[in-house]
Design a protein around this ligand. Structure first.
Ligand code: ZN
Length: 242
């Protein structure tokens, strides 16, 4: 069983298309998505339709919950709230129906899945060894996948405490050593200093993971954002991956 894992697509269709082309070249058995299909970016309906068609498992992120109305927009900061409100206005009924069905946590093939964390599937950012350890202690499975932070990350507990950090492009990980928490990074709005779109490949039998990055047409997404009159700062940050 080989799985491609994506997260935090954020309506960035150019990034999603580039990631799916790279994933197709690997011919995995399934595609899993850890949430935040929408928010920030310009193409929510296309991204929802593609994820609906292609993914075997899909979680809800905090932006998905805000756009569908489960989270009040007052809980969002300025640009995120502006983009969520814009997304509500343009969202197609099929995309709304998809978002309505999603939950922020789940499991598949004995892998625990959270948009945020086991302590708080919607809001917690797992960015420290301590936070990763707390989720590894709570999760029912020894392998945990999270999204939400937009930082590709690895945390492993081989019995002597949790250690890990940011996962560079191309990092290959042997998961047989112990419990592990992985964040694939973000497809549509990376924030770890690498502007390329991120995804993860998992081999559940061989217990191996591979962190990948792929170039995409950032200028195309920025152009689409400006045409949609989305906040300029959200377009600018895509160039730096910050
Ligand atoms: Zn996100």
């Amino acid at each position: 069983m080989r799985v491609a894992v994506v997260s935090d697509i954020h309506s960035n269709l150019a990034a999603l298309e580039a990631v799916l082309a790279a994933i197709d070249a690997e011919s995995p058995d399934e595609l899993w998505c850890l949430g935040d299909l929408v928010g920030y970016g310009p193409r929510p309906n296309e991204c929802c339709a593609i994820v609906q068609e292609r993914s075997a498992v899909c979680l809800a992120g905090n932006h998905d919950l805000a756009v569908r109305g489960t989270i009040h927009l007052a809980e969002f900061g300025g640009d995120a709230a502006v983009a969520a409100r814009w997304t509500r206005d343009v969202l197609a009924p099929e995309a709304q129906a998809l978002l309505e069905r999603l939950e922020p946590e789940g499991s598949a093939h004995d892998v625990s899945l959270y948009h945020g964390s086991a302590r708080d599937p919607v809001w917690e950012y797992v960015l420290s060894d301590a936070a990763a350890g707390a989720t590894l202690d709570l999760a029912p499975s020894p392998l945990v996948l999270v999204g939400h932070s937009h930082v590709a990350l690895l945390a492993v507990d081989a019995g002597e405490g949790v250690s890990g950090g940011v996962a560079e492009a191309g990092l290959e990980v042997d998961l047989r050593a112990g419990r592990a928490l992985l964040n694939p990074g973000s497809v549509g709005q990376p924030r770890d200093g690498d502007p390329r779109a991120a995804f993860l490949l998992l081999d559940l039998e061989a217990r191996r993971a591979s962190f990948r990055r792929v170039e995409y047409d950032v200028a195309r997404t920025q152009r689409e954002m400006r045409e949609a009159k989305l906040p300029e700062a959200l377009a600018v940050r895509l160039s730096a991956g910050q």
